[in-house]
Structures are given as C-alpha cells and as structure tokens.
Ligand binder design. Structure first.
Ligand SMILES: Nc1ncnc2c1ncn2[C@@H]1O[C@H](COP(=O)(O)OP(=O)(O)OP(=O)(O)O)[C@@H](O)[C@H]1O
Ligand SMILES: [Mg+2]
Length: 228
C-alpha cells in the first residue's frame, strides 16, 4: 500500500473473566490507505469495539502495535496518546459518550476547546455540521432531551468538528431510521471522497458496507479481507 495512514500489526488482546482468559484479538493485522473507506464486520462479541479502542489508543494491546500517520502508539505514554488522539483521530462511539452537563453545541465544541482552537470559524463549522446531521435547531438542548438517534448524530458531528485525518466509527448508523441513516452515510461518504479523510467504520449494515472501498472481517481474533 503506497501511503497507509493506519497500520495494525499483530495485535493481541485478552480479557480475564474471573479465572477464565478470553482471547479476543489474536494477531490482527491490516493496513488502511489514506482516503480509504473501510468497513469492519464481525458478529457481536467478536472484538470490533476492542479493536477500535486499540486503534484510537484508548486501550493498549497485550502485543503488537498500531501506527497512525507514522506514529507508533505504543511508544507514547497515556498523556501523549490522548493529545495525539485529539489532533489525529475522530471517534464515533457505539454508546455516544456525550457529556450530560453540556449542551449539544458545547459537546461539539469540546474537542476544539481542549486543543485551544475555539474560534469563530470553528463555531461556524460546528453549526454547519449540526445542520448536516439534521439538528440545526438543537444546539442548546441537553443530551438527555434527545432521542438515541439524535444523540448518535451529535456524537458523529463531534467526531468530525476538529477535522481529523482518521475517523473511527462504531455503528454510526446503528440507531438511525433509514432516512437519517442515509444522510449520515452521505456525510461520511462526502468526507472521504471530497475531503480526503480516512474512515474505518464498524457496522452490521449492508448499505454502509456497500459504500466501502474495502471490507475487513474479524474471524477468530484475526482480520481477513472481503465479504463473507
Ligand atoms: N473491558 C472488558 N473486560 C472484559 N471483557 C471485555 C471487555 N471489553 C470487551 N470484553 C469482551 O471482549 C469480547 C469482544 O467485545 P467487543 O465489545 O469488542 O465486541 P464487538 O465485536 O464490538 O460486539 P458488538 O457487535 O456487540 O458491539 C466480548 O466477549 C466482551 O465480553
Ligand atoms: Mg461493539
């Protein structure tokens, strides 16, 4: 691959459940090129969220490594990984992770505020993103006043507002009706096709998978290419 923005090398990760050791990732490897739209498939419990947490540096592997833009995450300490994530990665979580005490707009602007990049242009971009996900009039609402699908769309907008090179999304259309899901898909598609971003998205949706350049699957703790 000419210019991989993401390299995943022989990742292993296990969890202990009492005395029992559950190996979730067992030598997972893959590369994702700049500007690629890659979908990650796998049954529930196969390790998709575990893999995204390792790729984003939220979690650390037992073995193997992840490289983003040439930076190997295992060489960074936790603070450095957090700072790196704030500038390079946008993460749409499976369970939203919106802060309940902040309004929708404040949630959106938080990643920029943390980076000290909160200016007029950033506020305008945040409002534009809210419009795009169909929530232009909800900037002042608190997350607990929104439906699950609306929270999902705020989480998506928040992951994009700092214009990260690599976007990780865990079921970005999972809680959405077909029409809204279609809008979110179009937004993701535009970001990759026109803004040159790279997207790794976990999904069970065939429609989302049909938009992808490539499909990766988790099988037996490893990554394999292509549809089943
Ligand atoms: N922090 C943890 N402690 C213990 N076990 C964990 C932890 N995180 C994940 N697991 C286990 O690892 C396995 C993979 O979980 P993961 O969340 O990655 O699955 P997934 O593929 O994202 O599934 P889903 O499609 O349901 O979201 C599961 O069996 C889960 O119980
Ligand atoms: Mg998951």
């Amino acid at each position: 691959m000419p210019d991989p923005v993401l390299r995943i090398h022989e990742l292993t990760r296990h969890f202990m459940e009492g005395e029992r050791r559950r190996v979730v990732l067992d030598g997972a490897s893959a590369e994702v090129g700049r500007g690629e739209f890659v979908v990650l498939l796998g049954p529930s419990g196969s390790g998709k969220s575990t893999l995204l947490n390792l790729v984003s540096g939220i979690d650390t592997p037992d073995g193997g490594w992840v490289e983003i833009d040439g930076v190997r995450l295992t060489t960074l300490n936790e603070r450095e990984r957090t700072l790196f994530r704030r500038t390079h990665v946008g993460f749409v979580f499976q369970f939203f992770n919106l802060l309940p005490t902040l309004t929708v707009e404040e949630n959106l602007l938080l990643p920029l505020e943390l980076k000290g990049r909160l200016d007029g242009a950033a506020r305008a971009r945040a409002r534009e993103l809210l419009e795009t996900v169909g929530l232009g009039d909800r900037g002042g609402s608190f997350p607990d006043r929104l439906s699950g699908g609306e929270q999902q769309r705020v989480a998506l907008a928040r992951a994009l507002v700092h214009e990260p090179a690599l976007i990780l999304a865990d079921e970005p259309t999972g809680n959405l009706d077909p029409a809204t899901g279609g809008r979110v898909l179009d937004l993701l598609d535009t970001l990759v096709r026109e803004a040159g971003r790279t997207l790794l998205a976990v999904t069970h949706s065939r429609e989302l998978a049909a938009h992808a350049d490539r499909v990766l699957r988790i099988e037996g703790g490893r990554l394999v290419e292509g549809m089943p």
